[in-house]
Design a protein around this ligand. Sequence first.
Ligand code: GLV
Ligand code: GLV
Length: 323
Amino acid sequence: NKPAVLVARAIFPEVLQTLQQHFEVTSNQADVLWNPEQLAFAAKGVAGILTTGSERIDAALLAACPDLKICANMAVGYNNFDVAAMTTARVVATNTPDVLTETTADFGFALILAAARRMTEGEHFLRAGLWNRWRYDMLAGAEVHGTTLGILGMGRIGQAIAKRGAHGFGMRVIYHNRSRLDAVTEGVCAASFVSKQDLLQQADHLILVLPYSTESHHAIGVAELAQMKPTATLVNIARGGIVDDVALAAALKAGALAAAGLDVFEGEPRVHPDLLTLPNVVLTPHIASATLRTRRAMAQLAAANLIGFLLHGKALTPLNALQ
Ligand code: GLV
Ligand code: GLV
């Protein structure tokens, strides 16, 4: 009698096959977007769920699914999980750290470059047939190499971005984090710890790589944006809600900030309409970890967590200590 498992969104067929070898699998290969009631209905009686960032696992879902033992999130971020409620219900929570670190850091740098060097603005200009309007300062953006890179949140991804900045682009790297890195790690990253205020005031390019929580909600709002250089770029590859999107749009419109690169938004997949109308913001639909190799690795790790825990009593990358 195989345990029952729900795959809440469409997934790589080969990962589904692996799960089917071990479990009685219900999967949402049609990729229907379920509301919380539909998710709870589909999850009734299952021992495990493979989730993505779009499924909320909270007390209501847990109460409706008393047989649930583990939720394996196919993402490193897990703000869609109420981990405290899961721990109380004795449900293991797992995420997918490490496998996406370098890929996500690459994308962070892509957004810094695209925003600072006005790449999407240039593409729109070219496609609109405006190239004949060349002049000496056409689409002139901000320098990236040799400038100061600010990193808010210095976990694995922040450290991988620091290395790219310091070693690839000759940047001075400063960071702020809840806790300071040890001296050896700071040396490897060539990064200096500064206060949040110094980070905001000194960064030519500021990138956000911190987890979303009530603590980091609107960590970048009106007051923080006002401290930044008007020539600076702001990049968010972490989570929507860390930036106050209304305040950001106003700052970009007023010229209080030169440019932004955003992969995440408050209330995704909705994007604040003001951001959609601004030329100096590069917008991408939450794809920082989206290479085929990395997405496959994330799916396989999520599956391995379900197999590890439900068959062998040990999840690989647990977020709560229940095993
Ligand atoms: C994507 O945002 C992730 O958290 O992996
Ligand atoms: C994510 O896991 C990070 O450490 O930045």
